[in-house]
Write a protein that binds this ligand. Structure first.
Ligand code: ZN
Length: 189
């Protein structure tokens, strides 16, 4: 199918809870491929199935902590534990364009889920960006938008600033990750 239309705030599908996936079939794989493609096309940090009108517990997120972006797929996810440490940071959503707000969340989480073949895995997420993205996407599966948890909304000027800071942070991470890969290579030789 390819790119799917991202539903916007006001669409009732975004407020309904999703159901568990029971069939790990070609249809699910197509949905996952499309979510990833649509997320990448929109430069998103993550995209959940209800955002494209499919009320199933499925989402993809982009892990930006390494040298290259990695897309991770989650089916029937469940957060196992939240860190005591919390972080308030700017958050936006592909279904709520041009609105950003400060949202207080656990800084790190452990999450268990199934992969596209139904194989269980557990992730101890120690990256605050990824941890925030996972919590945001799980909210979507419960029919909640980030606006429900929003603190202060950002002004247009502040949104620009967040984009610049995020871009710098990403570049910094990318550079550090590349250096680490280089260092490993040196050691192995
Ligand atoms: Zn969202």
């Amino acid at each position: 199918m390819g790119l799917r239309k991202v539903l916007q705030q006001g669409d009732k599908s975004l407020l309904r809870p999703s159901r568990e996936v029971v069939d790990f079939d070609a249809r699910l794989h197509q949905l996952l491929d499309d979510l990833r493609e649509t997320n990448d096309a929109n430069e998103g940090m993550g995209l959940a199935a209800p955002q494209v009108g499919v009320l199933r517990k499925v989402f993809v997120v982009t892990d930006i902590s390494g040298a290259e972006d990695v897309s991770i797929e989650f089916i029937n996810p469940e957060i196992v534990s939240y860190s005591d440490e919390r972080e308030e940071a700017a958050e936006g959503c592909l279904s709520v364009p041009n609105m950003w707000a400060m949202v207080d969340r656990a800084k790190f989480v452990s999450v268990k889920a199934l992969d596209r073949f139904g194989v269980p895995f557990e992730l101890n997420v120690t990256d605050n960006y990824l941890s925030r993205a996972i919590q945001h996407e799980i909210d979507h599966l419960n029919g909640d938008l980030f606006t429900k948890f929003a603190g202060r909304y950002l002004t247009e000027k502040e949104i620009d600033q967040v984009m610049i800071e995020r871009d710098l942070e990403l570049r910094k991470r990318r550079k550090a990750a590349k250096a680490a890969v280089g260092a490993r290579r040196v050691r192995s030789w």
